[in-house]
Design a protein around this ligand. Structure first.
Ligand code: PMP
Length: 405
């Protein structure tokens, strides 16, 4: 069982006041807060042993390299990758998807080939593929979702064709909270020899990240959404894919031997890590993953289920509030609108009450288009939120409604 008082004291910023009110942080889908142990770990890099990785023979470079490679092992173990060479550090989910779209695209995509994404993707899992389609003359196909917020899997099966080269889907919708049934996406694709990329940006922090059990070919996520630092992320790829893909950036460390006639590349994963990496971020991410493991992924998941059930019931009881995303399988994110009240007005008034929510399209404009709306208010919770905070959100929303009535 998570001891909520202890856990909250791990996160200094949660003690903060906003406009004189205790902060209620419900924007975890955008970024999560950081526990002290992560901040301490990053500070320790710079105060104790900072040296550039894989470069020097001196003690500090060795120590930093060891910590950096230790972080890679922590990621490997956390997502259950078969080998460390399958774990590439990047700047984040967006960086990872762009890297794969570029590199996979160079090797495997030609004119008329098809790429499948879903209607509920974040822009980060749409636009890199569109750029690729423009470059190569390939075609983007889209799996639709229904009004409850579930993907239409029958339509998906119809989209799969001998022309499909890759399927790229989210694990969890950031705008609706839907947990996508990945097995039902991956198995039929694999039956046709098609690889699947999973955008784990909203999945990894809620306990779903076992790449071998999912059998996905690529899995990407951002450190800052799982209690780690910003500017660091992960691009997992099965060795059989990564080894055949060309590098997407050239520079120091990703090379084996450089001459003006011919350059050969370093082995995996370094082939994809050009230049000085964000090693302090990677080491901080490793500590964040330890923290999540120490709390217990099942405990986190249980607590978040309780918060979701309570929040759904509390918000559903408010007249004139409509929830977008009613799937039976959801994370603790609730997107909603109030009748005749603009989402920005709702968000701004809640902010004045100390409640941080996100408003707008959540970088998922096709989702908004699906419902014919401009945006929603999104309360995205995580384990350090409390029932009391949900009650305060409910009361805050009722206040917004009464101000506009
Ligand atoms: N995919 C999803 C599902 C997301 O929620 C986000 C962040 N909101 C991203 C991709 C992009 O993540 P980042 O900005 O950390 O690269």
């Amino acid at each position: 069982m998570i001891d909520i008082d202890v856990v909250r004291s791990d996160f200094p910023v949660l003690q903060k006041k906003v406009y004189g009110k205790p902060l209620i942080y419900f924007d975890n889908g955008a970024t999560t807060q950081k526990p002290l142990c992560v901040l301490d770990e990053v500070r320790k890099v710079y105060t104790d042993y900072n040296g550039n990785v894989h470069r020097g023979v001196h003690a500090m470079s060795d120590q930093t390299s060891e910590a950096y490679e230790g972080a890679r092992e922590k990621v490997r173990s956390f997502i259950n990758a078969a080998g460390r060479e399958e774990v590439v550090f990047t700047s984040g989910t967006t960086g990872s998807i762009n890297a794969i779209a570029y590199s996979f695209g160079e090797r495997y995509i030609n004119q008329g080939d098809e790429i499948i994404v879903s209607e509920m993707e974040h822009h980060a899992n749409i636009v890199p593929w569109q750029i690729l389609c423009q470059r190569k003359g390939s075609v983007l196909k889209v799996i639709p979702f229904n009004d409850r917020g579930d993907l239409n899997l029958e339509e998906y099966l119809k989209l799969l064709s001998p022309k499909t080269r890759i399927v790229a889907v989210t694990q969890v919708s950031n705008a609706l909270g839907t947990i996508v049934p990945l097995k039902e996406i991956i198995e039929p694709a694999h039956a046709m020899g098609i690889p699947v990329l999973v955008d784990g940006a909203q999945g990894v922090q809620h306990g779903f990240a076992d790449v071998q059990s999912l059998d996905c070919d690529f899995y990407v996520f951002s450190g800052h959404k799982i209690y780690g630092p910003t500017g660091i992320g992960v691009m997992y790829g099965k060795e059989k894919w990564l080894s055949g893909l060309p590098p997407y950036q050239g520079g120091g460390d990703m090379v084996d031997r450089v001459t003006f006639e011919k350059t050969t590349y370093n082995e995996l994963p370094f082939k994809f890590e050009a230049g000085t990496m964000n090693y302090a971020g990677a080491i901080g991410l490793g500590r964040a993953l330890d923290y999540v493991k120490e709390l217990g992924r099942d405990e986190i998941s249980d607590r978040e289920k309780t918060l979701l059930a309570y929040a759904t019931e509390r918000l559903s009881s408010i007249q004139g509030l409509r929830i977008f995303g009613q799937s039976d399988r959801k994370i603790c994110t609730i997107s909603f609108l109030l009748d005749n009240i603009h989402q920005y007005d709702t968000g701004m008034i809640l902010d004045k009450l100390g409640i941080a929510v996100r408003t707008g399209t959540h970088c998922a404009q096709p989702v908004m288009e699906h419902y014919g709306i401009e945006g929603t208010v999104r309360a995205s919770l995580c384990f350090y939120n409390t029932i009391g905070e949900i009650d305060a959100l409910g009361t805050g929303i009722e206040k917004v409604i009464s101000m506009f009535s």
